[in-house]
Design a protein around this ligand. Structure first.
Ligand SMILES: Nc1ncnc2c1ncn2[C@@H]1O[C@H](COP(=O)(O)OP(=O)(O)OP(=O)(O)O)[C@@H](O)[C@H]1O
Length: 334
């Protein structure tokens, strides 16, 4: 069943169009990520779904219920919104924050639900603490518990991990994904972090130039990007010179480009037809990244990866090998 459906959705601020004809849907139990650069309109989409922004064209459906009724836009109570800065009430303690939205429950029902959430979110020992006495991760758990207290069917997550350190972020991602699946929620995650989008999502909508450029599973977008923009957004790639493609018997039209992920370029000191000068070497932990230039192709620069520098130590040059099956042809623009 569809949880959220966004249809022909457009937004303008004054004379400036921000989003144009956006379409996507989120099924129950599904996490859809809206991915795009800063300022492309991701939060505006979330805010509109939560009825915090109402000046838009198009339709938004929550569980088949349109947010516009008789020309009036309505707020939907099934929506939980988790803000980037958690938006907790600083004058209330943890328990009071969680029970805030439960004013219409009887006292014993309220108590039961809050106790369950405190346990579920590992916050029992912090129940009487003020918000400033909690770590970032604990504050984030309170913000999610507060939203889940009123049992929403749709969860909107606006950069929910951005204030957490790497270790806590990875733990929280796994925990939150499991929770969304267990509760069968429809979740929309907003991020500009590609890795986060790939690992968290069932489907991803990539926004470019006001529109959804591609909408599909992480695997589809990663292995079959439609455009150079999508490929660049999800992976580190090199655009190959046309002359080089021709030498590999790959023909492309003027609307397309040939690309290869940086990890798929074989680099060695064994002589081959593609000679490159090494301009820079960066140590990246498990591998090295080399910035190289291709003399025979107008000194075009590329980035490549090597596991070890042993064979290339003190070398100023190297040679590349490209396999045709690793080269993808994508559109320059959509
Ligand atoms: N109330 C407003 N009035 C005028 N312009 C606005 C308003 N809200 C947002 N904008 C503009 O709309 C554009 C989209 O903003 P939005 O916050 O949706 O982007 P975003 O993709 O979520 O960005 P970020 O990743 O930086 O949070 C931006 O250029 C922003 O300046």
């Amino acid at each position: 069943m569809i949880g959220v459906s966004v249809k022909n959705f457009s937004v303008a601020f004054g004379n400036t169009k921000i989003l144009e004809n956006i379409n996507f849907d989120v099924k129950q139990g599904e996490i859809v990520t809206i991915l795009g650069p800063s300022g492309c309109g991701k939060s505006t989409i979330l805010r509109s779904i939560a009825s915090l922004h109402e000046d838009y064209d198009g339709d938004i459906f929550i569980n088949d219920h349109c947010l516009i009724n008789n020309g009036k836009k309505e707020c939907h109570k099934d929506i939980g919104y988790i803000f980037q800065d958690y938006a907790l009430f600083p004058h209330l303690n943890v328990k009071q924050n969680i029970e805030f939205a439960l004013y219409n429950l009887k006292s014993n029902q309220k108590q039961k639900r809050v106790d369950k959430l405190l346990k579920q979110f590992d916050l029992v020992e912090h129940r009487n603490k003020q918000i400033h006495e909690l770590s970032g991760g604990q504050q984030q758990r309170v913000s999610i518990a507060r939203v889940l207290a009123y049992e929403p069917k749709v969860l909107l997550l606006d950069e929910p991990f951005s204030n957490l350190d790497t270790i806590l972020r990875n733990k929280t991602k796994i925990w939150l994904k499991k929770l969304i699946k267990e509760l069968n929620l429809s979740a929309i995650l907003v991020t500009h972090d590609q890795k986060e989008a790939l690992s968290m999502s069932d489907r991803i909508a990539i926004i470019n130039n006001k529109r959804v450029e591609q909408f599909g599973t992480p695997q589809e977008l990663y292995t079959k990007p439609k455009s150079l923009y999508v490929a660049n957004f999800l992976n580190k790639i090199n655009v190959l010179p046309n002359l080089l493609l021709e030498s590999l018997n790959i023909k492309i039209s003027s609307e397309n480009v040939g690309i290869i992920p940086i990890g798929k370029v074989e680099v060695s000191n064994a002589i081959s037809t593609i000679k490159a000068a090494i301009l820079d070497v960066s140590f990246c932990g498990d591998y090295y990244e080399l910035n190289i230039s291709l003399k025979e192709y107008e000194n075009m620069e590329m980035t490549v990866q090597v596991k070890s520098m042993q064979a290339l130590e003190n070398k100023k040059e190297c040679y590349l090998n490209l396999n045709n099956e690793d080269i993808k042809i994508v559109r320059k623009n959509i």
